[in-house]
Write a protein that binds this ligand. Structure first.
Ligand code: ATP
Ligand code: MG
Length: 775
């Protein structure tokens, strides 16, 4: 164990070694919070705590798996097996299955995803005979979701005149009834939605003292990562479970709170001290993840937020290269630039795909990146959300396009024959399928010959089928004379797809429209490119083939070395050597929808802080000069967040080699952009960002004279290279002092050295943790 503890600095070791009692670790990005949690669990087990008695709550299940692996490395796989680690939702679903009967549920209850919930709500609204334009099912669903996350049950809803009135004012007086019906129907179906997993857990722990006692006794030690993003429902669960033993350790960073829009409550972190007795507060200040330039730049950004806890983050790492800022003409260029930059970095530094991440504010931005990466044959993976071409709305458009090219394509036909709804029901489709099989023809051919076949369908249905067929045929005619872009735009409009989504009006609906617009932009790019090549025409068939091959390759998950593409929200807690933050433009990032109040803007800024602090070695910021938004090419302005970074950490580049268009003028990379916008401001008065180890006096000033439980005092040691160490080498260890290497064993991650220390006798240390310095 000791050798593992040597892999922590003093400030990190303190919360690991404090076995009992409530504690909170508040610290900036990359300072080892997650590492502290991991080591703490290993240490507890080393101290004899049964893994059965430990509960660890993480932000993603992936994070939980990684931590578990790490712990297994330290304490052994069999020891780590019983650990309960995972997200709130996954852990409490497990508990609810065990205790389901108490709440009247079967233990094999179904978990409804958001789409299931929305479908159910939509049918409830219909059955109640309500106007679905007033009671929009998605809005109703998100309202019910927020009730549940605030622990407002149906009964509580009706007892709260304010809520009832608010809904009445919003012209939705029957909101409570819908809520009631929805809850009843879920219960009858033996189903819980996502929010129920937290709500019902609270109900379980409140209503059944014996159940509460059972889990309190079981989870003697509770640990929570990313505590700043817990919502009220999660907070109450943690509070209830830890109430008896109060062995609760939470870690978080107020500067990385980015889920307020979904009910996360930063007060959970701020009030922690009040909720428990004798809370130990720890701070970590040394960042191990990123270069000095990145750490200092990130400090200079978060400094602009008024609402924050005072924190110091510094690093002993190299300054590293400056953050590269690049302006591109269009998002297509942005994609090409990012892809070629990744390619060049790989060539220059022998890097794998997995060392790169592309982060964006909105999912729609992935399309340009995907196209460019594919062209360069760089494998990528989209995390969270589907790959662009797999998304429902995109598949719907593509299905129409496929049908135009090949009307025999049965799957495409089935997908769109009644979407958007045009009164062709499932029974009719079944009849068509039967006939198609009987006559050995495609469904489309059956529709073409309805007059000659007796299908037993009424004349109304027959007309609707013929209208559908004629619509597809008219597209086919257009396809003879127009390019793929003109045709696709016509399809999106004339089929009613866009109108359908516009009616919806929720953020998801808007995101879908944006995605379709992205698809159209991509098709236009494709057509233009093909036209530039003399022998190609940019037809729809060519485009579809391109996409089909792309998705085929996508599904080939033979190896795992891929560039990671994800939204910044998803990137929380992760780290990558090279990070590209794209779309650094006003209205996109910060998002145009989140600039109304200072607190919204501050949340966007925290999001930027999260994005930048994912980078270990090099960060890139890109923005475009103009971007298609809402179907129009609009001038884009560089994000205010670029201006907010202190000038000294940035370097502007002109990627002349990646431009298809007239290259930007070498002498004036900003072209006609208002230069005053780009004159980067000096840091605002106040504490300058630091990243070298400050003196004690500087530290005191930076901490605004607040006493701190633990500060780092040791000088960071140089990491040594494997080859530097042979038997006989004299080394220095942070705690054991000087020593002589006796022998070496193992390879790679497992390489160990037996060393005779002046102060510690003979010790065997794992090199990757020991941080030895060769003297
Ligand atoms: P975030 O706020 O982004 O979640 P974090 O505070 O959880 O960051 P970690 O992910 O735990 O930080 O640590 C950041 C990186 O620094 C990891 O690669 C971790 O292994 C490394 N690291 C942390 N502490 C040390 C240490 N004492 N010695 C060596 N490496 C360390
Ligand atoms: Mg972390």
């Amino acid at each position: 164990m000791e050798e593992y503890l040597a892999g922590l600095n003093d400030a990190q070791r303190a919360p690991v070694l404090q076995k009992d009692g409530p504690m909170i670790v508040i610290a900036g990005a990359g300072s080892g919070k997650t590492r502290v949690l991991t080591f703490r669990i290993a240490y507890l087990m080393d101290q004899g705590v049964d893994s059965f008695n430990i509960l660890s709550l993480t932000f993603t299940n992936k994070a939980a798996r990684e931590m578990k692996k790490r712990i297994a490395d330290i304490v052994g796989a069999s020891e780590a097996k019983n650990l309960w680690m995972g997200t709130f939702h996954s852990i409490f679903a497990k508990i609810l299955r065990i205790e389901a009967d108490k709440l009247g549920y079967p233990s094999n209850f179904t978990i409804y995803d958001t789409q299931d919930s929305q479908r159910l709500i939509s049918s409830v609204i219909k059955e109640m005979g309500l106007d679905k334009d007033i009671y929009k099912y998605k809005q109703v669903q998100s309202r019910i979701s927020s009730y549940k996350n605030s622990l407002i049950t149906v009964k509580a809803y009706f007892q709260n005149p304010e809520l009832v009135e608010a809904d009445a004012m919003a012209k939705r007086p029957r909101m409570g009834e819908i809520y009631q019906h929805y809850v009843d129907r879920c219960f009858k179906a033996g189903a819980m939605d996502f929010d129920d997993l937290l709500l019902k857990t609270n109900e379980l722990l409140n209503r059944f003292p014996d159940v509460l006692a059972k889990y309190q006794n079981r989870f003697r030690y509770i640990l929570v990562d990313e505590y700043q993003d817990t919502n009220h429902s999660q907070y109450l669960i943690v509070k209830a479970l830890s109430d008896k033993f109060q062995n609760i350790c939470v870690v978080g960073d107020d500067a990385q709170s980015i889920y307020a829009f979904r009910g996360a409550n930063i007060n959970n972190i701020l009030n922690f001290q009040k909720d428990y007795d004798n809370v130990q507060q720890y701070r970590l200040e040394q960042n191990y993840r990123s270069t000095k330039n990145i750490v200092e730049a990130a400090n200079s950004i978060i400094d602009k937020n008024k609402t924050k806890l005072d924190k110091v983050v510094w690093t002993a790492n190299d300054p590293g290269p400056k953050i590269l800022v690049n302006r591109l003409l269009t998002d297509g260029d942005e994609g090409r630039y990012v892809a070629s930059s990744i390619f060049e970095n790989q060539m220059q530094h022998q890097l794998t795909n997995g060392q790169f991440a592309i982060l964006y504010r909105t999912n729609a931005q992935s399309r340009a990146m995907e196209d460019a990466l594919r062209k360069r044959d760089i494998k990528y993976r989209i995390y969270g959300g589907l790959s662009f071409y797999q998304r429902k709305e995109i598949k719907d458009v593509l299905a129409y396009l496929r049908l135009i090219i090949n009307p025999k394509d049965e799957e495409a036909l089935k997908r769109v024959i009644n979407y958007p709804a045009r009164g062709i029901g499932a029974t009719t489709v079944d009849k068509l399928v039967v006939a198609a099989n009987h006559y050995d023809r495609s469904i489309f051919e059956i529709i073409e010959n309805l007059d000659r076949i007796n299908l037993k369908i009424n004349s109304g249905t027959k007309t609707r089928l013929e209208n559908f067929m004629n619509m597809i045929k008219s597209f086919q005619v257009t396809n003879q004379t127009s390019d793929a872009f003109v045709l696709s735009e016509m399809v999106a409009k004339n089929t009613g797809l866009l109108q359908e989504l516009k009616k919806d009006g929720t953020p998801e609906g808007i995101a879908r429209i944006e995605n379709i617009e992205e698809l159209l932009n991509g098709i236009r790019d494709f057509v233009e490119e093909q036209k530039e090549l003399a022998d190609e025409t940019g037809t729809l068939a060519e485009f579809l083939e391109d996409v089909a091959l792309a998705t085929d390759l996508d599904q080939d998950t033979g190896d795992d070395d891929r560039v990671a593409l994800m939204t910044i929200h998803l990137a929380k807690g992760l780290e990558f050597p090279y990070v590209y933050i794209v779309g650094m433009e006003e209205d996109l990032f910060p998002s145009g929808m989140s600039m109304n109040t200072r607190s919204e803007l501050e949340e966007e800024r925290r999001l930027f802080y999260v994005a930048l602090t994912r980078a270990e070695k090099q960060a890139y910021l890109t923005y475009t000069q103009s971007r298609y938004r809402w179907g129009k090419l609009v001038d884009a302005e560089p994000s205010r967040f670029i201006e907010e970074i202190d000038d000294q950490y940035l370097e502007y580049i002109t990627p002349v080699d990646t431009y298809r268009y007239k290259p930007l003028v070498d002498t004036d990379i900003f072209g006609d952009v208002d230069k005053s916008k780009l004159r980067l401001k000096k840091p605002i008065s106040g504490s300058p960002p630091v990243s070298h180890k400050p003196s004690e006096e500087q530290l005191r000033k930076l901490r605004k004279l607040r006493p701190v439980s633990n500060g780092t005092t040791s000088t960071p040691k140089t990491n040594l290279f494997d080859g530097d160490l042979v038997p006989g080498t004299i080394v220095e260890h942070m705690r054991f002092g000087k020593g002589k290497v006796l022998q070496l064993e193992g390879v790679g991650q497992d390489k160990k050295a037996e060393i005779n220390f002046e102060n510690g006798g003979i010790k065997k240390l794992l090199l990757r943790f020991a941080k030895l310095k060769v003297i």
